[in-house]
Design a binder for this molecule. Structure first.
Ligand code: GDP
Ligand code: IMO
Ligand code: MG
Length: 426
């Protein structure tokens, strides 16, 4: 599998970090292609747990080159803190490469994310308030500052001046906030951040194409997920980038024919942080049990995640959108305590049954799940490492899912640690 993409198939936090870490063992490059520090990817190695926001989850292996691609939005302060955290914990992050074309998250992006969320009131999206949406908006409006601008003080100051004139007017006149000070930003970004970021800035497009030509293995680590995708997610309750596999091309400069495999990561149930439709949400004791057993609190913001039953309609759509070639199921162990398991196989709305995702959001808001019920296994899976040791009910659950979605399940997670998984060899 020379070039493989990892894509979240739900609303994020599927366990992409753990899967990336697992697969990175056989990879030469591990690349983030979109998102920013709105991501929180947890990797557990023995007793150590790492919560990564910007640095690719492959960093924990010494043989991989972690790369931040052009599609990512980078807050340099957060990146530096994360590198220092890793180094303080004995992880060498000096191999990290950062695309010069990646956009910078600026202080006014943080401010705008906070004030617009507050302004939206009950219509707020529940963003991570990390400035991600405003940074991508500036990219699309062609007024963004990029990582390469850190290397050119004149250009940086010029672009900042243009951006700040508009942002300060908006902050002051629309949101009644204090204007931001250009000199403070210049001091921090050029004085403190630039010298630390500069050695990592790279032409990552050439780096990755040369790697391909040299027969290297590349893993592309998605952040967020299919239904948070700006184009294909539950708009407007989405993030501002393209986590679907197409984003792996635009966010790295690799072409579609460079991709060999796409692994979709699905939790054995579904979670969502923030607002938006969620047809299989369980606002009852079963949902509570999923929160408790799955420790469903955000890696990044600490917010309680909403929980619900696995949704095959979503998975079918995720497979279509990213040409997913195999599925990894995570957190199967969280379902150990349930007598009966439900899988949503279709939606019903307005007297119509939908096996595929309805394109109209109003339909999704009214969708009532049609469930298949399967018996639970009521056994502890956390020490299981082989198919032979999985209870028949767990095998049936996985088989049912593959059949519903039309793609093989190749890996099943049974605990947070690197060693807690079962591989299904085709
Ligand atoms: P990501 O954003 O997709 O990387 O996922 P997060 O790291 O935000 O959330 C997934 C959480 O589930 C983390 O706390 C992981 O350590 C944990 N996790 C991953 N796989 C498994 C699994 O198979 N079983 C259990 N119990 N926990 C898991
Ligand atoms: P990982 O990579 C879960 C959600 C936010 C909000 C919406 C928009 O760890 O799976 P944003 O700050 O991106 O503008 O917020 O997207 N969101 C995530 N939810 N996991 C994530 O990342 C997320 N990143 C953003 O909660 O609903
Ligand atoms: Mg996460």
């Amino acid at each position: 599998m020379p070039t493989t993409v990892i894509v979240g198939t739900q609303w994020g936090d599927e366990g992409k970090g753990k899967l990336t870490d697992l697969l990175a063992k056989d990879m030469d490059f591990v690349v983030r292609y979109q998102g920013g520090h709105n991501a929180g990817h947890t990797v557990v190695v023995r007793d150590d747990s790492f919560a990564l926001q910007l640095v690719p989850s492959g960093v924990l292996y010494e043989h991989t080159v972690p790369v931040i691609g052009n599609g990512v939005v980078v807050d340099p302060g957060v990146l530096i803190d994360e590198i220092e955290m890793l180094e303080a914990r004995g992880v060498d992050a000096s191999r990290l490469k950062v695309s010069g074309s990646a956009h910078l998250v600026m202080p006014y992006h943080h401010e705008l994310d906070k004030v617009t969320e507050r302004f939206l009131g009950k219509n707020s999206l529940g963003t991570t308030k990390r400035g991600i949406g405003p940074a991508y908006a500036d990219k699309a409006s062609r007024v963004g500052l990029r990582v390469q601008d850190l290397l050119d003080p004149r250009i940086f100051a010029e672009k900042l001046d243009v951006a700040l004139r508009e942002k300060n007017a908006i902050l002051a006149k629309v949101y009644n906030r204090l204007p931001l000070d250009a000199d403070e930003i210049i001091d921090r970004y050029l004085g403190t951040y630039a010298p630390k970021i500069a050695p990592m800035v790279t032409d990552t497009v050439s780096l990755l194409h040369e790697a391909l030509a040299g027969g290297k293995n590349i893993l592309l680590e998605g952040a967020q997920a299919t239904f948070l995708d700006l184009d294909h997610g539950t708009y407007p309750f989405v993030t501002s980038s393209n986590p679907c596999a197409g984003g792996a091309c635009t966010g790295t400069g690799l072409g579609p024919r460079d991709i060999d495999a796409v692994i979709g990561v699905a939790k054995a149930y579904v979670t969502r942080v923030g607002a938006g439709p969620f047809p299989t949400e369980c606002k009852d004791a079963e949902g509570e049990l999923m929160v408790d057993r799955g420790h469903e609190y955000g890696t990044n913001t600490g917010r309680r995640r909403r929980t619900g039953w696995l949704d095959a309609v979503m998975l079918r759509q995720a497979v279509r959108l990213s040409s997913i070639s195999e599925i990894a199921i995570t957190k199967l162990d969280v379902l150990d305590a349930f007598d009966t398991l439900k899988v949503c196989v279709a939606y019903e709305a307005g007297g119509v049954q939908y096996k595929h995702m309805p394109y109209h959001q109003s339909v999704l808001h009214q969708a009532v799940p049609v469930y298949a019920e399967l018996p639970g296994w009521k056994a502890d899976l956390t020490n299981v490492t082989t198919i032979a040791d999985l209870p028949s009910e767990a095998l049936d659950f996985i088989g049912f899912l593959s059949e519903q979605v039309g793609v093989n399940v190749t890996l099943v997670g049974v605990g947070p640690a690197r060693s807690q998984f079962v591989r299904f060899v085709a």
